[in-house]
Design a protein around this ligand. Structure first.
Ligand code: SAM
Length: 276
């Protein structure tokens, strides 16, 4: 059946007597053009090993399986997992995991299954969390193509000195070139969500500067952005004795009165390395 045809998706949901859950972000993709845009951005080859979170009715999963060798799909909803098992379970290369993705050790999964891409229409409520887990994995995906709510897309792609620039931008842009690929209208999903979505494309890049202590880096940016109006000198008082601060400012080229949103990703790396 053609899952990009709204009438067929509605008929399938009726047949399954399935009422989509808002809580689980069950808005199914019903637009063939958007599916193609997502797949093209993923730049798939038979050698790819893809992670998908939330296969739902399997529209993206099926297309991924046609183009790649291996797909690991994690679905929380029992009835949707059973549906995907019934319809696609015999397809070679599909590994369906019926679990809450936030309970899965994504770091271990990416590593052990050698997954090199993440392609998904992410459930809204856990989208950011899943992305951060992937960014911080030991072997992060080399390419990430995901649909997220537009506000999250804006934060992922935000540049310095904008109101959207924050933790998510820094964590994403540390290792990825991030671009807002396509804004999607609610009408492309059934049922239509109340918010706009966007496809974000993230391509892994070589780091210009290595972060020596990732834990310190994370604590530093979290502390700084916990109060966006706070000057960086105030945050740094928690990380270094006062006599070290002038040297740190001189070495990083930062000024004590700068606000966190004016500090580019590379400067955060320098700062964390100076503090370490
Ligand atoms: N991939 C399908 C599509 O494009 O039509 C469905 C996408 S829908 C936006 C999100 C999917 O994620 C749903 O199937 C939902 O049941 C599933 N989901 C929600 N929360 C989840 C979680 N914590 N772990 C795994 N799957 C989840």
């Amino acid at each position: 059946m053609k899952l990009t045809r709204p009438s067929e998706v509605r008929a399938l949901l009726d047949r399954l007597q399935f009422k989509p859950s808002k809580l689980l972000g069950q808005n199914f993709l019903i637009d063939g053009n958007i599916l193609n845009i997502l797949l093209e951005a993923a730049d798939l080859s038979p050698h790819d090993r893809v992670l998908e979170i939330g296969p739902g009715l399997g529209v993206v999963t099926e297309a991924l399986l046609e183009k790649t060798g291996h797909v690991v799909a994690i679905e929380k909803d029992s009835r949707l997992a059973a549906h995907v098992e019934r319809t696609l379970g015999q397809t070679p290369g599909l590994d369906l995991i019926h679990r809450d993705a936030t309970d899965v050790d994504l770091d271990q999964l990416l590593r052990e299954q050698r997954l090199n891409k993440l392609v998904a229409n992410l459930p809204y409520s856990v989208g950011s969390r899943i992305l951060v887990d992937c960014f911080q994995a030991q072997t992060p995906p080399e390419r990430i193509v995901v649909t997220v709510q537009k506000e999250v897309a804006d934060r992922l792609a935000a540049g310095v000195n904008t109101s959207d620039y924050g933790l998510l931008s820094i964590w994403a842009q540390l290792d990825y070139t991030v671009s807002l690929h396509k804004v999607i209208s609610p009408a492309c999903f059934y049922p239509p969500p109340q918010i706009r979505s966007a496809i974000v494309l993230m391509v892994k890049k070589a780091r210009t500067l290595d972060v020596r202590d990732p834990d310190l880096f994370n604590r530093l940016v979290k502390a700084a952005f916990s109060a966006r109006r706070k000057q960086i000198q105030t945050t740094l008082q928690k990380f270094a004795p006062p006599e070290r601060l002038p040297g740190i400012f001189a070495a990083t080229g930062l000024t004590p009165t700068q606000r966190p949103e004016s500090i580019p990703v590379i400067q955060w790396c320098r700062l964390a390395n100076e503090l370490g």
